[in-house]
Design a protein around this ligand. Structure first.
Ligand code: URA
Length: 221
């Protein structure tokens, strides 16, 4: 059954999907806990990434493949993995990437290097490497934290200017401010998140959040 909170969120934010599942909230508790060290943090993130990947690919088209079971020949629907590109916003996006690559090992991978200017909160680009035929791919853009939305939007624009068309943005925790920003500036990009948190603080961190995702994943606090 859809919870009343989820129903309200989907009315307010039609392009947003919040994965409302006890297995997600259970692992999010581990991620939010400041005592969780990087190894346990990465394991919990990996588990949620797998669940996000299941949701993000729900409407992907399949093609029929003929296979032999031990008993007969049959036609089975399969995903054309090579038509998918996973795009990771460095460096925290790599924390979600592994779980997605496990499920889609033949997908190509783009890396987008952006960092936040802590004064202006603007995204600054320092690296971009993607397959040349981005226009032929369905993209899943990965970054654990959707805070102001500026970094996600800069990555979306970078991918679009490199030929990308269809894409979804997948994150772990979203702030209402970031969701509103993307809905305004990139309304064609659906957002999938494991949690929609309360707000941003004046430094651009998500509350209650989990701190700096990159630092928590790689132990660089
Ligand atoms: N990026 C993070 O890693 N954490 C936040 O809370 C906001 C942006």
């Amino acid at each position: 059954m859809v919870s009343p909170e989820t129903a309200i969120v989907s009315v307010m934010h039609p392009s947003l999907t919040v994965l409302d599942h006890p297995l997600i909230t259970h692992r999010l508790a581990t991620l939010r806990n400041k005592e969780t060290r990087p190894p346990a943090f990465r394991r919990a993130l990996d588990a949620i990434a797998t669940m996000l990947a299941v949701e993000a690919t729900r409407d992907f088209t399949t093609v029929d493949a003929q296979i032999e079971t031990p008993l007969e020949t049959t036609s089975v629907p399969v995903i054309d993995e090579e038509a998918i590109c996973l795009a990771s916003i460095l460096r925290a996006g790599n924390g979600l990437l592994d779980g997605f690559m496990d499920l889609l090992p033949r997908a190509s991978v783009a890396h987008i290097g952006l960092y936040r200017n802590h004064e202006t909160l603007d995204a600054v680009s320092y690296y971009f490497r993607a397959p040349s035929n981005l226009g032929d791919k369905t993209l899943l853009l990965l970054d654990p934290m959707l805070a102001t939305g500026h970094t996600a939007y800069a990555a979306i624009e970078k991918l679009k200017s490199s030929g990308a068309a269809a894409m979804k943005f997948v994150c772990l925790v979203a702030a209402p401010e970031g969701v509103a920003f993307l809905e305004k500036h990139a309304p064609d990009v659906p957002i999938i998140t494991a949690a929609l948190d309360r707000e941003l603080n004046d430094k651009g961190y998500i509350l209650p959040g989990l701190g700096d995702a990159g630092d928590r994943i790689y132990g660089t606090e």
